[in-house]
Each structure stands twice: as structure tokens, then as C-alpha cells.
Design a protein around this ligand. Structure first.
Ligand code: SME
Length: 332
């Protein structure tokens, strides 16, 4: 079978094996096994971007993750070797002859050629896939294209959330597909996921919430870096994307699940939220219907709904395109 066809088949197999899995390490383990056993590479595995707790300056580095093959280096610095270069330059690096790559890290003298593919969550590199071969020139454009497609199947959101234990807020702004796309464009937002907040049942599914009987609101969970963007600014941007005077209806989407709401997990945020809501209220001569409550519960929606409009650029969106431009250029 030609390489292209092998990848096509393998992609389908990995896609179905990983469907519904949200643990990145588990997914990486089986992905490494499937790639390795299909192509019989010398070494196939992952390095994760993680904080090195032992270091004084608390820097991030690549730390060995799930792999198949012989023992490998456990720590690789930013910009070091092929792996650190792919991380730093945020691009796939194909090395036909490792001896010709300045700074190549030889974990094993058997390795002759290599490909390293960065793995992104939102805009951040959270890991790399590294594949080594005992022959020269094993990897080309076909491998680059397919491995990039394959690693995009990894559930990386949790890893990113752990790397950014920053401030957070949950915002309901109507249909969460468009709301997530808009909010994650704002400079300083480090992580987003869509889900269901402040309802009355356990682990609701999208279909259950769709019946409009569970009390849940379609909500975007945001983490942000407060040294880059303030909660005040995020809330001001949020108000630009909603009609705060509309009760249980945003765009054409109607129902309590599409209500607007600001749900906070840090009690100290309440004061800022109340101020911004009061400032916004002065702009209207009708009452606002934006719910402000402590976050009682939040369940992430299925992978299908995460980053939906990135996966389906022509998919349904209740927000006007101009808003995305606004968010993209919005800097505090
Ligand atoms: N050769 C890699 C190091 C990892 S091992 O090959 C598994 C590099 O230069 O980054």
C-alpha cells in the first residue's frame, strides 16, 4: 500500500479509537502505538510542554511523554534539538539526515532521519510528536501533512488548562459556537471550552440541554492572563457580542439555554461584574436580562462542539463577522 493510503486508513482508525476520549496522555499512548506499529519506525512518541518545578527560574521545557521504542532523553529545552526547534518555530521540522541538523540531540545513535510536529491548543504549543527512523530520508511532505492531521485529533484542552491556572470566568452569550470563537480571539484569553452552566441535572448532554428543561445555559469557560487582560475589559467585550436587553433570545436562538449570564468562581470578581453591568445598563432605556450568579456547576460539551467554527468555518453562527475582526484587534 502507498504511504498516502496507509495514512488515510490509519487516520480513520485513530479517529474512531480516540472518539470521546478526553485524557491527552491516554490518547497519546495509543496514537504512538498505532503510528509505530503501522510504519515500524525506530522511535515514535511525544514530548509535552510542562513547567520544570525543579528549575530556579520556573521555565517550561519538553518532558518525555508516551512513546514506543528504545529509552529516550527525558528533558529537552526550548529551541534545543529538532524537538525544541519545532516547539520554538511552531512548525513541523523534517530532517532527512540528522547529522546535517545543527544541534540535533542523539538519544540513540541508530536514528538517521526524523520528523517533529508541534501540537497546538488554542494558539499554544502544548506538545510535539517526534518520529525517528533508522533510514535516511524517511520523511517527506506526505508524512508532514498526515501527522499534522493526526495530532489534531488529540484532546489537548485539559493540558492547556493545567498550563494556565490563571483567572477564569464563565460567560453565556447565546449559541456557544459563535461565542467561543469571538471570546477566544481576545488578546490575553489563554483557554476556552464550551459547555453548560448553572443547571439542575447531572452531566447533561447537548440533547438534554436542547430540550430547554434542564436549567443549563450554553456557556463559554474562559481562562485569561490577568497581567494581559482585565476582567473589566473582557466583560466590556462580552457586552459588545450580546443584546443584554433580550430575555432568553440571542440572534435567532431562543430558549433559557440561550440566556445571557456571567458566572464567577472567584467571589472577589463580583464587584467588577456589578460595576460593568451597571455601566452597560446606563446605555439602555430597557432593563438588562444578563444573569449574574456564582458558578454552581459547569459541564464541558462533547468534543464535537469545542472550537466548532474552527472545524466548520461555514457553520452556523449568530454573531456578525465584523465582531471577530473587533475581537482580533482588541487590545487593552
Ligand atoms: N532527536 C530529538 C530528541 C528526541 S529523540 O530522538 C527521541 C531532537 O533532536 O530533538
Amino acid at each position: 500500500m502507498k504511504k498516502e493510503e496507509t495514512y488515510q486508513l490509519l487516520y480513520k482508525q485513530i479517529e474512531s479509537l480516540l472518539s470521546g476520549e478526553d485524557d491527552m496522555i491516554a490518547a497519546m499512548s495509543n496514537m504512538a502505538a498505532m503510528l509505530h506499529n503501522t510504519f515500524h519506525f525506530w522511535w515514535t512518541g511525544f514530548y509535552r510542554v510542562a513547567h520544570n518545578a525543579k528549575s530556579n527560574d520556573n521555565h517550561s521545557e519538553l518532558i518525555l511523554g508516551p512513546f514506543q521504542g528504545p529509552v529516550a532523553c527525558m528533558h529537552i529545552g526550548f529551541g534545543k534539538g529538532v524537538c525544541g526547534t519545532a516547539w520554538k518555530e511552531r512548525r513541523t521540522v523534517v530532517v532527512p539526515d540528522v547529522e546535517q541538523f545543527p544541534g540535533h540531540i542523539a538519544c540513540s545513535s541508530e536514528s538517521r532521519s526524523e520528523i517533529v510536529v508541534p501540537i497546538f491548543s488554542n494558539a499554544d504549543v502544548v506538545a510535539v510528536l517526534d518520529i525517528d527512523s533508522r533510514e535516511l530520508g524517511t520523511f517527506d511532505e506526505t508524512d508532514a501533512r498526515w501527522t499534522e492531521k493526526i495530532v489534531a485529533l488529540l484532546p489537548t484542552r485539559k493540558a492547556n488548562a493545567l498550563e494556565h491556572p490563571a483567572a477564569e470566568i464563565h460567560l453565556a452569550a447565546g449559541c456557544f459556537w459563535g461565542a467561543e470563537k469571538y471570546l477566544k480571539l481576545i488578546h490575553g484569553v489563554t483557554f476556552t471550552e464550551v459547555g453548560f452552566a448553572n443547571g439542575n441535572t447531572q452531566s447533561p448532554t447537548y440533547e438534554e440541554v436542547y430540550t430547554d428543561t434542564t436549567g443549563y445555559a450554553e456557556t463559554v469557560h474562559l481562562r485569561y492572563d490577568p497581567s494581559v487582560v482585565s476582567l473589566r475589559f473582557l466583560l466590556q467585550m462580552y457586552f459588545k457580542a450580546i443584546d443584554p436587553t433580550s430575555l432568553n433570545k440571542q440572534g435567532e436562538d431562543e430558549g433559557t439555554r440561550y440566556r445571557t449570564g456571567i458566572y464567577y468562581s472567584n467571589a472577589a470578581d463580583r464587584a467588577v461584574i456589578d460595576e460593568v453591568v451597571a455601566e452597560e445598563a446606563r446605555k439602555y432605556d430597557k432593563p438588562l436580562h444578563v444573569e449574574v450568579e456564582p458558578l454552581r456547576n459547569f459541564y464541558p460539551a462533547d468534543e464535537y462542539h469545542q472550537d466548532y467554527l474552527d472545524k466548520h468555518p461555514n457553520g452556523y453562527c449568530h454573531l456578525p463577522v465584523a465582531l471577530f475582526e473587533l475581537a482580533r484587534n482588541a487590545k487593552q
